[in-house]
Design a protein around this ligand. Structure first.
Ligand SMILES: Nc1ncnc2c1ncn2[C@@H]1O[C@H](COP(=O)(O)OP(=O)(O)OP(=O)(O)O)[C@@H](O)[C@H]1O
Length: 267
């Protein structure tokens, strides 16, 4: 059965605002098919960046959101039972390897350890994917590339990528963009004017300073886009900020009040 890859091509240029030289570095990495690791907090633009790069390179993109229940079979494939007996079905990683897609494993560290075993032979000079249950060795298509994301803040000692995994990847650091760039992104994505976007980013910067002092994670660019979208729909900025910026990140009443106070400083 040949797989239609058409659905995996990104047809329209995604909006991506480069923050440094990440586009050029990624292109160079892709040209030698170096597996890449995108490091950074949630909601800071990693997924958007891969979408943009896949579009720019003209390659199909297969994205897999990893979770703790995910097994190697979810990536590689499995036998399915149907009326005619059993039938093998390729998983997303196998589809990507066979057809020359960029495969983006989002938060791969969440997945069970056995998943790292399957990515190892794909990420060194062999570029092969053993389908053990099927007894097949897939040689990756020359265009195939593996990309993973990784949030260093979340990792515990129990759950971290092993050095033998990390050292198979080139890594790019992502973070919330600097003030003016983030204002531009929030304005573009949500449709609010510059002054409103500027206030939203200022609120986020206050909250980010509280990270580690009662907040696990700061307000992300994604949250600012949400808040801006509500404001653009006519929601009162204070209410929009409460709903989209403050309530989602804390359950602690004191922290909530401190963040609400930051909101009223700006709106
Ligand atoms: N540099 C950027 N250019 C354009 N949009 C951006 C940029 N950075 C962040 N965004 C906006 O922030 C939103 C969230 O980013 P994205 O989904 O890429 O986060 P992420 O880092 O992949 O998060 P997660 O790890 O949770 O998947 C995007 O939908 C986009 O609106």
């Amino acid at each position: 059965m040949t797989m239609s890859m058409d659905q995996y091509f990104i047809k329209q240029q995604p909006y991506y605002r480069p923050v440094a030289d990440e586009v050029e570095l990624y292109e160079a990495a892709y040209s030698v098919r170096m597996p890449m690791m995108l490091k950074g907090p949630t909601g800071c633009g990693k997924t958007r960046f891969v979408e943009y790069m896949a579009w720019k390179l003209g390659k199909p993109l297969i994205t897999v959101a990893c979770n703790e229940d995910m097994t190697a079979s979810d990536l590689v494939g499995r036998f399915l039972l149907d009326v005619n007996g059993t039938r093998w079905q390729d998983g997303p990683l196998t589809i990507a390897a066979r057809n020359g897609a960029i495969c983006y494993l989002d938060e791969v560290v969440e997945a069970r350890q056995d998943t790292t075993v399957v990515i190892h032979p794909l990420t060194d000079a062999r570029r092969v994917l053993p389908l053990e249950k099927k007894g097949e060795l897939v040689h990756a298509h020359p265009d195939f590339q593996l990309v993973i994301s990784y949030n260093p803040g979340y990792q515990s000692l129990m759950k971290d990528l092993k050095q033998s995994t990390k050292q198979r990847f080139g890594a790019l650091d992502f973070n919330y963009p600097e003030h003016d760039i983030e204002v531009e992104i929030v304005g573009h994505e949500s449709g609010v004017d510059r002054s409103t976007a500027d206030k939203l980013v200022s609120i986020a910067e206050r909250a980010r300073n509280l990270k580690g002092h009662g907040l696990d994670e700061g307000i992300s660019t994604r949250m600012l886009v949400y808040a801006g979208s509500l404001i653009a729909k006519g929601v009162d900025p204070r209410a929009a900020s409460r709903v989209a910026l403050v309530r989602p990140i804390t359950d602690d009443p004191d922290m909530r009040d401190a963040l609400d106070a930051a909101v009223t400083t700006f709106f």
